[in-house]
Design a protein around this ligand. Structure first.
Ligand SMILES: Nc1ccn([C@@H]2O[C@H](COP(=O)(O)O)[C@@H](O)[C@H]2O)c(=O)n1
Ligand code: G3P
Length: 316
């Protein structure tokens, strides 16, 4: 799109998972650089501040790692938030599983300035006429983050009990195909949020807006490992597919990144994790938005992608 000005541009980063602890590895042995991820975030903010004008930034969740000692969680979350606040514009956050390992929702949401009703963390915003962003709360039904006796914890534990026979509910051992997503580090979007999403998409369709859906967990098996998918990605996509206003879904969580185009022509893009950048390397980017495409320009380990779509937004 050389020579053509984008309508607007925004910064993206995911899975910073900062902690002031030595480097480690994921369960499957992938190196994780808990301290260096802060430097990745700092370089991201520096880039977003200079020289091009970025209208806002989106953090796709998991700001502090679950291995952060609990007595340091608040300080670590505040440290990461204060780095984001060095960006000269609004930052839209969403919650990930690691955020919830560190702080309960009631403490986390105000720190991240996430609008909330009864502890929920879904919201929408329109950065410019003609475009709407929907931020989903993928841990709405989850065994992490709500009080132990909360109906949503109980509902999540019931799902895990039915779907995952392992005593370690984060283990996919023995689960086949897409059933491998029923792990404790994932969650689902509850009925109330699904109704809200339907209402937002109905309204966006009336307003002829194009919609970008953001969620910590991926929503399409083509873009993600089965183990990283939202439990009820299929129900969420059934709502989204009632309309033609959603053009792109962006996620984090599956640290290696991914991309797909689903049966309705919607792009699904998964961002590579800042946490897994060896010292000196980076994973952040920015998106230039046009009337018919989103162009993601990734730095270093973050892949770039051009997501072209039809530009009508009528009800199907
Ligand atoms: N194949 C796997 C993957 C993970 N687990 C459990 O999940 C926890 C988190 O995994 P990370 O990828 O974030 O390290 C891990 O500590 C294991 O308990 C598993 O059991 N099997
Ligand atoms: O959120 P984490 O760090 O436990 O990682 C989740 C995995 O990437 C999902 O496959």
């Amino acid at each position: 799109m050389q020579g053509k000005q984008p309508l607007f541009s925004f910064g993206v980063i995911s899975d910073v998972q900062y902690a002031d602890i030595p480097d480690g590895r994921s369960f499957l042995g992938v190196p994780r650089y808990y301290r260096h991820s802060m430097l990745v975030l700092q370089r991201a903010v520096r880039k977003w501040n200079n020289p091009q004008k970025f209208d806002f930034a989106v953090n796709f969740g998991d700001i502090v790692d679950g291995f952060c000692p609990k007595e340091d969680s608040l300080k670590a979350v505040e440290k990461v938030v204060s780095e984001f606040e060095k960006f000269n514009g609004p930052v839209y956050h969403m919650i990930g599983n690691h955020c919830l390992y560190n702080l309960p929702r009631r403490n986390l949401l105000p720190l991240l300035k996430i609008p909330t009703l009864n502890g929920s963390a879904y919201y929408d915003f329109s950065p410019t006429p003609g475009y709407r962003f929907v931020v989903l709360d993928g841990y709405d039904i989850s065994a992490i983050g709500w009080p132990r006796d909360h109906p949503k914890t109980i509902e999540a534990l019931k799902i895990l009990q039915q779907k995952n026979p392992n005593s370690e509910k984060n283990s996919p051992a023995g689960l086949v195909g897409l059933e491998r997503r029923f792990l404790m580090f994932n969650g689902a979007i509850g009925n109330e949020q699904l109704k809200w999403l339907d209402g937002i998409l109905q309204d966006a369709t009336k307003q002829k807006e194009k919609v970008v859906v953001c969620c910590h967990m991926p929503l399409d098996p083509g873009a993600s490992s089965k183990e990283a998918l939202c439990w009820n990605y299929d129900e969420v996509m059934e709502v989204i597919h009632r309309y033609s206003c959603v053009k792109v879904c962006i996620a984090g969580h599956d640290h290696k990144g991914g991309h797909s185009i689903d049966s309705h022509g919607i792009h699904h893009h998964v961002l590579e994790a800042a946490l897994e950048c060896p010292p000196g390397s980076d994973a952040f980017g920015y998106v230039d938005v046009y009337h018919d495409r989103l162009c993601l320009l990734g730095t270093d380990r973050m892949a770039s992608a051009e997501m072209v779509f039809s530009s009508e937004g009528d009800l199907k």
